[in-house]
Design a protein around this ligand. Structure first.
Ligand SMILES: N[C@@H](CCC(=O)N[C@@H](CS)C(=O)NCC(=O)O)C(=O)O
Length: 256
């Protein structure tokens, strides 16, 4: 959701494509052609760049669209702090969620419940840490909204399967409500709900699996195919099978 929310904040046309995994949790070969790791999300940019790792995706989008002010300028202390939060939330907190959702990937038998319980305890500590650091905020950077807030909002939402809900914490709670009121949050839900693609089985319900900025992408794909560009050729079938294109306003299409 967070890279999706970043795209909604940026406001350029883009597409969401969802991937359905099989009962063994395997991504279809079409998606593996986009991201060999099979994890989501992945971004296919309109110049053909393919990125996975959501922090990297968000930093890339923010750098391409500085007008959206998702990240402070490079070289500033504020930028370093936002990147620190992005990395912490995506690769520490999110990793704990993965252990909570998929303990059987680590252990078997009776140990599964123990690992799930341990992951829930880790998550409780991690959210307490975030709550302390956030303080009155209202944002992770104090008065200034940033992409890190989109991540905190996303992982707070994921607590619906946990006994201890992060939105009950004194500072994360108001942050969660504040972020829920942003137009990008509503736009995310609407776009995800109206996307006529399969639901995922990634443990968290329906999630955007593949986001593509700029609806010109679809045109670029077709042109690239005709020109025989290998990178795009390999992916065209997957993208055609997994998605529905969204029309860009003509002016944006022309200027993109
Ligand atoms: N560090 C990666 C983590 C990616 C990740 O674990 N994504 C989850 C969904 S939130 C996923 O693909 N889960 C399905 C699975 O692990 O099979 C990122 O931030 O992009």
């Amino acid at each position: 959701m967070a890279p999706h929310a970043a795209l909604e904040e940026i406001g350029r046309p883009f597409e969401i494509r969802k991937v359905e995994r099989n009962e063994d949790g395997l991504s279809p070969p079409d998606y593996l052609a986009v991201n060999p790791l099979g994890r989501v999300p992945a971004l296919v940019d309109d110049d053909g760049l393919v990125l996975w790792e959501s922090a990297a995706i968000t930093i890339h989008l923010a750098d391409k669209h500085p007008e959206a002010k998702l990240l402070p300028p490079p070289g500033t202390a504020e930028r370093a702090i936002v990147v620190r939060w992005l990395v912490y939330l995506t690769n520490t907190v999110q990793a704990s969620f993965m252990h909570f959702a998929y303990p059987e990937r680590l252990v078997g038998g009776d140990a599964v419940d123990a690992v799930r319980g341990g992951a829930a305890r880790y998550l409780a500590r991690e959210f307490e840490h975030v709550d302390e650091q956030l303080g009155r905020g209202p944002y992770l950077l104090g008065e200034t909204f940033s992409a890190a807030d989109l991540y905190l909002h996303m992982v707070t939402r994921w607590c619906r399967r946990l006994e201890r809900k992060a939105w009950s914490l004194p500072n994360v709670g108001p942050h969660y409500r504040l972020l829920s009121e942003r137009p990008s949050a509503g736009a995310c839900s609407m776009r995800t709900a109206s996307s006529p693609t399969p639901t995922t089985t990634d443990g968290y319900g329906s999630q955007p699996f593949l986001v593509v900025p700029n609806s010109l992408t679809i045109v670029v794909y077709l042109l690239a195919m005709a020109a025989g560009v290998r990178l795009l050729q390999g992916r065209q079938r997957a993208l055609a099978a997994l998605s529905v294109a969204e029309q860009a306003p003509p002016t944006l299409t022309a200027s993109a």
